[in-house]
Design a protein around this ligand. Structure first.
Ligand SMILES: NC(=O)c1ccc[n+]([C@@H]2O[C@H](COP(=O)([O-])OP(=O)(O)OC[C@H]3O[C@@H](n4cnc5c(N)ncnc54)[C@H](OP(=O)(O)O)[C@@H]3O)[C@@H](O)[C@H]2O)c1
Length: 337
């Protein structure tokens, strides 16, 4: 294998063209060698504007390119299982956008695909490799905020465009799969285990049927996590971690800025007007560049990916249980593998 892993991209998705590909192009171990679209002209335009050497008018054609080692899949959610499977069967390692499937059963299928094909498959939860999130975990482990007992999160934006994939139920739209998945993910990350039961409340958009306002309470062995997410509210992001001795808050937790420093806030609560608040600054870092390089390194070293499909299954089965609870009106237990 070359000094860099040769990547292909399936689809000219917004997130890929605007954020992830430019970030991956800056990676030390990552080369973006090809892009495919259902429409050859779109593929050509994206390749030209991003400086990608090859383009294809179908996803299949890219998967048959022997010079591609790995693919990044930023397709709509309902296509993640199909194209991750097809890429793995073509011998390509796969980094697929979140949520990697529509439910736990799809992730279970992908675990079978990975075991059968021997390629690496990872869900693109870019926050897991960002230095700020690694620091959050370290600060909590250091005991600085005492024993972590409660987590609370909020993630919202306003988007009621009927042509957007997030507003199409058939394509896996809705708040929980699009952004609630992050609140579940970081709760599991900081507690370091799975919730034993969860409750959910869901309000659906009367036209599209997607969940546009969803909230959950999750019981972990050592505390509680609650969150609300919405696709039709003022844009806002917050994750706060409460311990017996302090509170830790991540600024813009899911879209950590690329060009400016990031802040973590720690407060021991001695002054309710926040005069005891301490700001910890982090160097600017691009989570998509880091994610690409960490996955490329795992490919080169034939190591396990940083975020396993078993972890993805845990996340997805919590989301499944939230959906079940919203229907049943009772707390539900997430399925375990
Ligand atoms: N990690 C993050 O920070 C982050 C942020 C945003 C989104 N995402 C995830 O990335 C994925 C893409 O999101 P996005 O908003 O960028 O999507 P998007 O702009 O709507 O792009 C999706 C792409 O999929 C391709 N496609 C194939 N079949 C399609 C179909 N039936 N309907 C629509 N598009 C189809 C299209 O590419 P061609 O026409 O070129 O084939 C389209 O450009 C989602 O899974 C989302 O959850 C992740």
């Amino acid at each position: 294998m070359n000094k860099k892993v040769s990547w292909g991209v399936l689809g000219t998705a917004n997130i890929a063209v605007k954020k992830v590909i430019p970030a991956m192009l800056a990676g030390e171990l990552t080369a973006v060698s090809a892009i495919a679209s259902r429409d050859e002209e779109s593929a050509r335009a994206a390749a030209d504007s991003l400086g990608i050497p090859r383009y294809f008018g179908s996803y299949d054609a890219l998967l048959h390119d022997p010079d591609i080692d790995a693919v990044y899949i930023p397709l709509p959610n309902h296509l993640h299982l199909e194209w991750t499977t097809r890429a793995a069967e073509a011998g390509k390692h796969v980094l697929c956008e979140k949520p990697i499937g529509l439910n736990g059963d799809e992730v279970r299928d992908l675990i079978g695909v990975r075991n059968r094909t021997g390629v690496l498959i990872q869900e693109a939860f870019m926050i897991r490799t960002h230095p700020t999130w690694i620091a959050v975990k370290e600060i909590i482990a250091s005991g600085r905020i005492g024993t972590l007992n409660a987590v609370t999160g909020f993630f919202s934006y306003y988007n009621d465009d009927p042509s957007n994939i997030r507003n199409d139920l058939e394509k896996g739209g809705g708040a929980l799969l699009d952004i609630g998945c992050y609140c579940v993910n970081v709760s599991r990350f900081v507690f370091g285990n799975e919730p034993t039961e969860v409750s959910g409340l869901i309000e659906r958009d009367p036209q599209s049927g997607i969940d546009r306002l969803s909230s959950s309470m999750m019981r972990f062995a050592s505390g509680h996590s609650t969150f609300t997410c919405s696709t039709q509210l003022v844009p806002y992001q917050s994750m706060i971690f409460f311990g017996t001795k302090g509170r830790l808050e991540v600024q813009i937790p899911f879209n950590i800025p690329v060009e400016t420093t990031t802040n973590l806030f720690v407060d021991d609560g001695s002054d309710l007007y926040e005069r005891s608040l301490e700001k910890i600054e982090f160097e600017a870092a691009d989570q998509y560049t880091i994610q690409g390089d960490v996955f490329s390194k795992a490919i080169m070293e034939r190591a396990e990916p940083d975020y396993s499909l078993e972890d993805s299954f845990g996340n997805m089965s919590v989301l499944d249980a939230i959906f079940r609870s919203a229907k049943s009106g009772r707390a539900e237990r997430p399925e375990v593998l």
